[in-house]
Design a protein around this ligand. Structure first.
Ligand code: AMP
Length: 421
């Protein structure tokens, strides 16, 4: 059968790579894809982004399953459009995607359904928001309501920082549109990503993972979309895992269904795990994480196409996921100037050949005059398997060592938290 992956990042390269391994899949289209999906003979890039055009393409091409990578098309209703045309697609509807696209919706949802999260208040007027910060002091967290391209959250260590964040986010020039801010209690602990596959009623957990958001070694420097990740996450012990399924995932699926917006798709709970193993939800994403997907899919032994067909058709009870017991670890190589102003067009050399144990997933790359060049902030994710975090880390950095592009940036310590445990 033919499948279509929507998106152009490392997550989508990994999805397409894994889908292409399925004996049921004859052709994998990626729209729009990147330089890595362009160079893989089993994958076919389609230069489309518009939702109606994508649905047209899927119908004309006889695509049996479409998988959506990024949040933007989900929030824009790609699933609703495909379903209305009778096309099978895996992802949440526009209404269900509000769990990610609107922080106010997500917080209200969690409060109504008793899902553990930070205490919060929502404001559309700056004066009330400032007064709230005055009352509670710092540390405190200020979030823009809406998809904000990574500029949506300020963890303020001082009240002044919080006031400045409110003014910036309620200003008209902010990417989230300047409508509302959510102010939250600061939670202390260790973060982990908990991603489940949902068929509207049931949830099947993927392997756990942790990412590294800061640009620099030792978790220093500005926040980024993610500089590396590994799976499994040792902080998610079996007891924590059971607690997350019971206290967060199950009530979320039940709550969405009882609210009349059953959730189908990947549901990503960003967790804060306290010192005593208490679990709280920092945020929901309604899609796979990037770069967590790359190590997670390196470990998946099941047929991803079959799993996603069941999930899209509401028959997830027929599925069990098999995982490679080894650790997978991915190191992101970012462009010069990332994250503030990534530079494009730098030639990339020295890519190693793909191996079962080590893959280079592409994100911001494209092929220009037959050469591979940078075309975005996060450029590559070098992902490797190993019997321990240290061995996976060693292999990933060995494969990365030959890769060169002007101004490249990467962290040297991906996996340090897991190794430190
Ligand atoms: P979010 O997009 O809501 O996940 O926030 C991005 C990052 O900000 C998270 O990964 C955390 O590192 C941090 N963060 C968000 N909310 C809180 C909170 N209530 N307490 C502490 N850190 C937070």
């Amino acid at each position: 059968m033919k499948v279509l992956v929507i998106g152009s990042g490392g997550r989508e390269h990994a999805l397409a790579w894994k889908l292409a391994q399925s004996p049921r899949v004859s052709r994998v289209h990626v729209a729009p894809g990147n330089g890595g999906t362009a160079r893989d003979p089993r994958l076919h890039n389609v230069a489309l982004c518009d939702i109606q055009a994508l649905a047209e393409f899927a119908a004309a091409e006889g695509v049996a399953l479409t998988v959506v990578g990024p949040e933007a098309p989900l929030a824009a209703g790609v699933v609703d459009v495909f379903r209305a045309r009778g096309l099978r697609i895996f992802g949440p509807t526009r209404a269900a995607a509000q769990l990610e696209s609107s922080k106010a919706y997500a917080k209200d949802f969690m409060q109504r359904h008793g899902i553990p999260t930070a205490a919060h208040a929502t404001f559309d007027a700056a004066a009330a928001a400032h007064a709230h910060v005055e009352r509670h002091g710092a540390p405190i967290v200020v979030k823009a309501d809406g998809l904000a391209a990574g500029k949506g959250v300020v963890v303020a260590t001082t009240a002044d920082e919080a006031h400045a964040a409110i003014d910036a986010m309620l200003g008209a020039s902010h990417p989230a549109g300047g409508a509302r801010v959510v102010i939250e209690e600061f939670l202390d602990g260790e973060e982990a990503s908990f991603i489940v596959l949902c068929d509207g009623r049931r949830a099947l957990p993927l392997a756990t993972s942790q990412d590294h958001k800061r640009l620099g070694d030792g978790d220093s420097g500005p926040n980024t979309g993610g500089m590396g990740a590994y799976s499994p996450a040792p902080v998610v012990t079996p007891a924590v895992h059971a607690k997350v399924m019971r206290e967060i995932i199950a009530p979320t699926l039940a709550g969405m269904a009882s609210d009349g917006v059953p959730f189908t798709g990947f549901l990503y709970a960003g967790l804060m795990i306290g010192a005593q193993g208490e679990v709280r939800t920092l945020e929901f994403n309604t899609r796979l994480g990037d770069p967590e997907t790359q190590p997670i899919l390196m470990r998946l032994q099941s047929d991803l196409c079959e799993v996603l067909l069941h999930a899209a058709d509401g028959t997830l009870d027929a599925v069990e996921l098999q995982w490679d017991p080894r650790v997978a670890l991915g190191v992101v190589m970012a462009a010069a100037g990332y994250p503030a102003a990534p530079r494009s067009g730098d030639a990339i050399d020295g890519l190693p050949a793909d191996e079962a144990e080590a893959m280079v997933f592409h994100a911001g790359t494209r092929v220009q005059d037959g050469r591979l060049v940078t075309a975005g902030g996060r450029v590559l994710c070098v992902t490797a398997l190993g019997d321990s975090v240290a061995l996976a880390q060693r292999l990933a950095y060995e494969r990365l060592a030959g890769i060169r592009f002007a101004g490249m940036q990467y962290r040297h310590d991906i996996g340090h938290r897991a190794i430190g445990r």
